[in-house]
Design a protein around this ligand. Structure first.
Ligand SMILES: [Zn+2]
Length: 303
């Protein structure tokens, strides 16, 4: 009898949902979740901190894929139809493919950063050589927790504008996340202290924000132009540079071909470690997990 009753109530709930599409039934277990879509996992992780359970945040880029060369499937483009907004990182990262997708509203997250937090792309794989225009920005901003903290007020403002009923929740979650980012920054400051003088050789320019924040020394890049394999001549010169700086390690990245870094590490006689700037895997799902993991890999540079 009870089961039948429950079945009826659930059925009624479903009926109400179908009868008034787009409306949320506050307080009901069947409350419709707000939909957001993010181009890459770290953006989704940041959004989830602010939206909590109120929104469903879907990511387009699968774990382990490169955001510089990705091609979304037509079925993924369809996801955007249901979303209130689509979040992408920005130029010199995902804008080439993500910027072409149709969405109700497109939000370029690097532009939510206050001016003084924005960094120009280090290399010249972008078209705007001045480095001052928006197309010359480095969009890998999430590697600096304080840059993420600085963008929160604008992110919350835009989320509340898109979904006014979530305003209070977004503000409360944003405050909590902001405090966590402050603590994470202090943790990283302590963690990186012993490796500040070490020369770092990375795969591609994905950690500029983190390096600037914690005053780490980037000595060279293995693949300065994302998606383009380095030439043998370039790798020979880089090998000499690694040896002359006394570096003990080089760092590859999970989303990029492993071969050039392996060749280089062997030729230079140094250890090879793997960074994962994007995460999105079950163990690197949350923002703090992602940042902490990469920090712990980077400090392995100590001899
Ligand atoms: Zn990148």
């Amino acid at each position: 009898m009870l089961l039948v009753m429950r079945g009826k109530i659930i059925f009624l709930g479903l009926f109400l949902l179908l009868a008034c599409p787009g409306q949320t039934l506050a307080g009901s277990a069947a409350t419709q979740q707000v939909q957001f879509v993010a181009s890459i996992p770290p953006l989704a992780a940041i959004l989830r901190e602010v939206t909590g359970d109120r929104a469903q945040v879907t990511t387009l880029l699968p774990p382990g894929a490169s955001p510089h060369t990705f091609q979304p499937k037509p079925s993924q483009a369809k996801l955007l139809e249901k979303a209130l907004a689509f979040f992408l990182a920005g130029p010199n990262l995902d804008k080439e493919w993500a910027g072409r997708l149709q969405a109700r509203r497109q939000i370029e997250m690097v532009l939510l950063l206050p001016e003084e937090f924005r960094l120009s792309a280090q290399d010249d794989h972008h078209h705007d050589k001045s480095g001052h225009g928006e197309s010359g920005l480095d969009s890998h901003f999430w590697t600096d927790p304080l840059a993420v903290r600085a963008m929160l007020p604008e992110l919350i403002r835009q989320l509340a504008e898109l979904d006014p009923a979530g305003r209070e929740l977004y503000h409360a979650n944003g405050l909590r996340f902001s405090a966590e980012l402050t603590a994470l920054d202090q943790e990283l400051t302590r963690l990186f202290q012993p490796v500040k003088t070490q020369p770092f050789f990375l795969f591609h320019p994905s950690f500029q924000y983190l390096f600037k924040r914690y005053q780490l020394r980037l000595a060279g890049l293995i693949e300065p132009f994302p998606g383009r394999e380095p030439s043998p001549k370039f790798l020979r010169e880089l090998t000499d540079r690694i040896k002359s700086t006394g570096a003990t390690a080089v760092f590859s990245e999970v989303e990029l071909p492993p071969r050039p870094a392996e060749v280089l590490a062997e030729a230079a006689g140094v250890r090879l470690f793997q960074l994962d700037p994007l995460g999105g895997t079950p163990s690197l799902y949350r923002y703090d997990e992602l940042i902490r993991h990469n920090a712990e890999v980077l400090v392995k540079v100590t001899p």
